[in-house]
Design a protein around this ligand. Sequence first.
Ligand SMILES: [Zn+2]
Ligand SMILES: [Zn+2]
Length: 167
Amino acid sequence: MSVREIEASGGCQCGAVRYHASKMLDNSHLCHCRMCQKAVGNIFAALVAAPDDAITWTRGKPSIFMSSEHVERGFCNKCGTPLFYHDVTNGRTNFTIGSLDHPEWFPSGGNTGTESKVPWFDNISGDPDGGPTEAPDRREWAAAIKATNNQHPDHDTKVWPPAGGTE
Ligand SMILES: [Zn+2]
Ligand SMILES: [Zn+2]
């Protein structure tokens, strides 16, 4: 596993917890193990790590569930976003790629925990494309969501939530 000299930030959906990493590791992967499935409430956890000593919690603090004696699962206790997998013995924290501000920077390089991989995972890229959120037939619905959006934006903010409503 080698170090990538890139900075990355991320946080939870509501913005109560934000983090910054001054460097990242090149271990981007999908873990299908049953514990990761439960921890993220999904069929796999998409994870990429930073060295523990490169991480700063820039707003709030994550809550932690010890899923075993070795592993901390970090999440926001206000909105529930799963934030990380942290093996307390190896000095690195695996962030959930979806919680990073730029998930597109971390393409998965492999799969782990495949004993629990759902059998239909291998077919999902062939599923029909339902189109973007703001497809023509959903424009009104998407606009209503945008107008009342409580999600923190994909960059750091000085004050959140903003006094005059979301940006
Ligand atoms: Zn939150
Ligand atoms: Zn796992």
